[in-house]
Structure formats: structure tokens, C-alpha cells
Ligand binder design. Sequence first.
Ligand code: UD1
Length: 336
Amino acid sequence: MKKILVTGGLGFIGSHTVVELQNEGYEVLIIDNLSNTSIDVLDQIESITGIKPTYVNIDLRVQKDVKQFFDTHEVDGVIHFAAYKAVGESVSKPLEYYQNNLNTLVYLLGELTARNIDNFIFSSSCTVYGQADQLPITESAPVKPAESPYGYSKQVGEILIRDTCKALGLNAIALRYFNPIGAHPSIKIGELPLGVPQNLIPFITQTAAGMRKELSVFGDDYPTVDGTAVRDYIHVVDLAKAHIAALGRLLQKENKTNYEFFNIGTGKGSSVLEVIKAFEKASGFPLNYKIVGRREGDITAAYADTTLANKELKWKTELSLDEALDSAWKWQQAQK
Ligand code: UD1
């Protein structure tokens, strides 16, 4: 049984990926410092799969703790989710973001290469493309100057890994996620935003639940189908399965070069108003929203060309936007 370390394994995407790894027969070790999640997620994972993953509460910013972890645990691969992810916050706290998103990566890669541990998967983001010149976005689209320290931390993270692969022979895959949404069909794990959500779907579900007065739709003067911005919303379970596919590719040595990156989305763009309409259908009642000005740093439209991921990872999305919104709404209703 292959042992896989999942950093940030109690977070939103991490927890869904742990479930899929266990479903596929992998033994999972989780590192999480609980900075943006709850320890209860560990029990929830066990109640879905019947298996409690090994859990270690260490902070990857503490280099000696990272070393000690690898001194005492053997692993066959690493899926690295642990990072800060709030774009706005990263602008006011750049050093915290670079320290948490980059120092930790340097420490991890250092331990892996010193010990000849291979097979590394990195959480990257479609944010590296900025506003791409062509849609859908292929992997050959250029990386554009980032709008935020968060965005730069993903760009530099990719470069750190690429250079490590080149110089030290590590095999790695970066997955550039589009917009992950939804919850596990069991409704036992989902997204747990702290404070006021910045992302669209948790804001919508909290508004529908009466926790927020109304949703502000940021801009209706974009050159899109209805004037609102367009994104590629992918069900988190489909996204989790992309990690299993990428890991399998590395373990079976099917990768073509020792550093690869793939777009992980559905290939379909949806406008904010289309998402609202789909949510109203899923929940069965109208959502309170108003149109306001554009949000600084937002782009007009982004959706993935998934041809490469579909072919090379032998993976494709199976769940619809409606299913994702239905699960997000059920998850919201299950929160106390
Ligand atoms: C954001 C980040 C991206 C990150 C991703 C996942 C920015 C510029 N990008 O993507 O780097 O990887 O989250 O965490 O922040 N919207 C509203 N009202 C709201 C919230 C959102 O109209 O209250 C709109 C936005 O303007 C956007 C769409 O909904 O058009 C999606 O927004 P969001 O969920 O924040 O994701 P992104 O901005 O695409």
C-alpha cells in the first residue's frame, strides 16, 4: 500500500482528496496546523471512508519539525495543499503569505530531495494566467504578472518546483485549479470559510441561509454574455480525483517530463448571473442580490481548455454545476 502525505489535508480540497485517496487504497498521512479548518474534519473523513488517516499537527514553517516528520515517517509521495489562499488578505500581509506559501515549499522540497522521496503534486491556480488573451485557456498561455502576493506565491511555487525537478531529478506535477466549489455528496465535508466569505459560492449559500443580507454582484459591464464575469466552476470531488490521476501518472512513471502542469477545470464558463440562476433552481427560492461596481483585481473571464488533462491524466469531470451547487447548499444547511 503506497503511503501518501497530504499537507493541508483537513482543508477544503485536501479533505476531499484524502477521501478519494483512501477510496483508491492509498494509506494517507495528513499534516495540518488547523490554521483554517477544524480537527472535526478528521472524524468526518473517517465516517465517510471507515479509515482514520494518520494525523500530525505540525507547522511546515518550522524547518526542524518538517525534518523530524520525515525522520519518523516514510512516504511514497506528497500532495501539497497547505497554504494561505485569500487574495485580498495577501495584499495587506505579503510577508506572511510568502513565508507560509514559499518557505514551507522550500523545506518540503529540501527534505524530499535529500531523502530521494519522489512524486510531488502541487496546488497551483489558474490565477497564474491573469486575464488570458485567448479562451478557453490552454497550458501554453503565458503566465502574466500577478495581481497579488497570493498570485505570485503560486507562480514562484511552480518555478521552485520546476527548478528542483531540473537540478535534482524530482518528478512533480502542478495542477492549475480553476474555481473549486461544492461539497462531498455525503455532506460530511465541505468548505468552511472563516468570517465573511470572499468567494462567490460560500457568499451565495450564506445569503440564502440568512447569514448575509444580500449578495453583491461585482460588475455587470464586462464584455460577457450578460455583463457579469465568467469563471469555470469545478466540483471539488472532480478536482480531488484529478489529484489521484496525477499521482497515478507519477507512480506509474507515465509522466513525459519530470515537471508537468495541467489545467483542472470543466472547460465550461459560467457568468455570475448564470450561477445565481442555477443556485435558485437548486435551492428552490430566489436569492437576494444587487449589482455593484467591479471588484479590484477581478478579470473578465477564465475557463479551461482541459484537452491536455483529459488526455494525459485520463481524467475528466463527471459532475455538473447544478450538482455542485446542490451539494454546496446542502452543506450550508447542515452547518449550525
Ligand atoms: C479567486 C482568486 C483566485 C483564487 C480563487 C480560489 C481573485 C482575483 N482570484 O478567484 O486567485 O485561486 O479565488 O480561492 O480573487 N463575486 C461576486 N460577489 C461576491 C464574490 C464573488 O460577484 O461576493 C464574483 C467575482 O467578481 C468573480 C466570481 O464571482 O467574478 C468568482 O469570484 P471568487 O469566487 O472570488 O473567485 P475568483 O475571483 O475567480
